[in-house]
Design a protein around this ligand. Structure first.
Ligand SMILES: Nc1ncnc2c1ncn2[C@@H]1O[C@H](COP(=O)(O)OP(=O)(O)O)[C@@H](O)[C@H]1O
Ligand SMILES: [Mg+2]
Length: 274
């Protein structure tokens, strides 16, 4: 398969990633799962790359490897050209700050005992933010469309959509260059999904943030992505510009994915433009 070409400046490069999980069953028999089997792609500055594919196809594992939460069995993740495993000191800190994540379930990703203000301020403290915390907090809430009084609330006092906005504000607090979005809409009502898609797109446009959108939701892909990489059985089987992917999918698996997507009429009813 042809490698993904990008005119954008390279931010994160993933080269031939493999991940095998070794498990024991109840009878002490060992077996292994090849979750990721040779995945390569590049995320450019200020672009949204969708990593699409069936459940169990290794997408989350790739995201976790990029975030340093999982070690690859082999392969390399590069940040601005440097192998992330070789980063030390200031460069390691810079990487941890530069790449943030928003996950599927805002409820379990927010500490229920912390107020929203403290949840969003935590990265400011971790990354020793030097400006005024109150002003920064107010600005972050404004960016994600929440009013200032949210700082006093606890997660259980917010709706699902509001909690996801808090998770986004927390990710933005680190002033990241890239955010990994792992199924960021799946837990939300459809009308809220549309609002959050609009928010992501404005973050890309106004703040130049790159997104790796991990999803099986082609509606979100259509509304957000610049390019699409399709995973199937732990590999990338197709990598295209968005329009080419939707108009002329090459791989049979991509074609079967597209057969299940809502019509353009349906998307327009949801006020999603393509
Ligand atoms: N920590 C783990 N231990 C064992 N198996 C895992 C672990 N994480 C993921 N897997 C397995 O790896 C495969 C890929 O999972 P995942 O990356 O979550 O796929 P996706 O996000 O595409 O649904 C699945 O078969 C899953 O069960
Ligand atoms: Mg997943």
């Amino acid at each position: 398969m042809k490698a993904i070409n990008t005119e954008e400046k390279k931010l994160i490069e993933v080269e031939e990633l493999y991940k095998t999980f070794r498990l024991r069953d109840g009878m002490h028999k060992r077996h292994s799962i090849e979750a990721v089997r040779g995945i390569s792609f590049c995320l450019g500055k200020g672009e949204t790359l969708a990593l699409v594919g069936e459940s169990g196809g290794g997408k989350t594992t790739v995201g976790r490897i990029i975030l340093g939460l999982e070690k690859p069995t082999s392969g390399i993740v590069r940040y601005k050209g440097d192998d992330i495993r070789q980063l030390t000191g200031e460069k390691k800190r810079e990487y941890r700050k530069a790449v943030q994540a928003v996950f599927q379930d805002p409820h379990s990703s927010l500490n229920p005992k912390m107020r929203i203000g403290d949840i969003i301020s935590e990265p400011l403290a971790n990354f020793t933010y030097k400006g005024n915390y109150q002003e920064r907090l107010a600005r972050l809430l404004e960016i994600v469309g929440l009013t200032g009084d949210f700082i006093w609330r606890y997660p259980h006092q917010c709706s699902g959509g509001q909690k996801q906005r808090v998770a986004i504000a927390r990710a933005l607090a680190a002033d990241p260059e890239a955010v990994i979005l792992d199924e960021p809409l799946s837990a939300l009502d459809i009308s809220i999904q549309t609002q959050i898609i609009t928010l992501f797109n404005s973050l890309k446009k106004q703040h130049g943030i790159s997104f790796l959108l991990i999803t099986h939701d082609l509606r979100a892909v259509r509304a957000m992505a610049d390019r699409v990489a399709v995973t199937y059985l732990g590999r990338i089987v197709e990598a295209s510009e968005k329009r080419a992917f939707f108009e002329n999918p090459v791989h049979p698996y991509s074609q079967s994915l597209l057969e299940a997507v809502p019509s353009i009429d349906g998307l327009q009813k949801l006020k999603i433009t393509i």
